[in-house]
Write a protein that binds this ligand. Sequence first.
Ligand SMILES: [Mn+2]
Length: 412
Amino acid sequence: MKSKGIDYHFIGSLDDIAYVLNIRANDVQCNPVVISYLLVSENSCNLYIDKSKLSQEVADYLKENNISIKAYEVIARDISDIEAKKTLYLETKKTNVAVYSSIGRGVNVVTGLNLTSIMKCHKNEIEIKNTKNAFIKDGVALVRYLNWLETGVSTGTITEMIASEKLLEFRKQQDLFIEDSFESISAYGANASMPHYKPSHEHPVKVEPRGLYLIDSGGHYLDGTTDITRTVALGELKPEEIYHYTLVLKAHIALMEAKFLEGTNGGYLDAFTRYNLWKQRINFNHGTGHGVGHVLNVHEGPQRIGTAGNEYPMEVGMVTSDEPGIYISGSHGIRIESIMVCVKDEMTEFGQFLKFDNLTVVPIDTRPVDKSLMSEEEITWLNDYNKMCYEKLSPYLSGHDLEYLREQCKEI
Ligand SMILES: [Mn+2]
């Protein structure tokens, strides 16, 4: 703040407040944040919050760190008290009208990304180490779930919603699990062609032993946040499903394997991903990748991989999703999503190159793959990836689950 000549920094985004104070809460479903505002100056840091939400432990911790607690409602008054000629910094997209319109005349307002967002998106070594652990636990839950699903579909009793609830049960069995990181998209057949589909008990849809099933879900654990999509074959597939699945997989691998110069933004990375689809004149209408919070919001900026809104470059320590898809309305939908962390690659005479490390540990189904459409490198990537999953997950699985894992990780 000092180097930027900022006297006051207003923070209105809940994940930023949770990050900078290192507190978590449960005010918002699937987002472990607390409804609050933060106003920081050189000599003060005020947290505007309903006091009754603070446990004694948190209240003491905040006091020790010289954080003053104020009533949630007085934020506008305190903003209006900022004297003329002082510089107030805020992010417009994350500031509501009531707060913004209470800024007094003569205050110098400077806008930009919340300074905390820039700190928050670069995960430190401990966050990354812990996140890797959370992904192994999540992988164990997913493999148990998929085995349960594939075994159960033949009974004709599993609906998309029953399946979704079962997955939560498997996650709850894992150490340090808190809650889902968003509402699971458990979608069978044609329903998977809606990328943001929401299953319900009111409209039960039976999952049957044929075609493709898509599960996009995630969890918060005390050591990290996950977000994963896998599409699996539950039986016989149409040639079109195999063709599209293979293309999505090629797109997924292309981004995962990208090497790019420091300073590259998500627009370029999006092109790496869509290349294989556009070559076939196919597209999908959602982003390719979003930042993932650390025990915070599963969608986090400022980096983004997509066709628009990717001003911020991809940088070392950023945790981002890789989730291309193909959606054929009324027929089928495919998405393959893993989370990756940006790391340094080689330094050459042309500059510093960056790449991604995969964090997600759940086998990618090989049954819907048409090998003849894959390059040698892509096949090797797929086999290596599934082998890694077997090595990391097998110590935690036994019996039928282990057998299922072995089968899913077999080389093609
Ligand atoms: Mn995602």
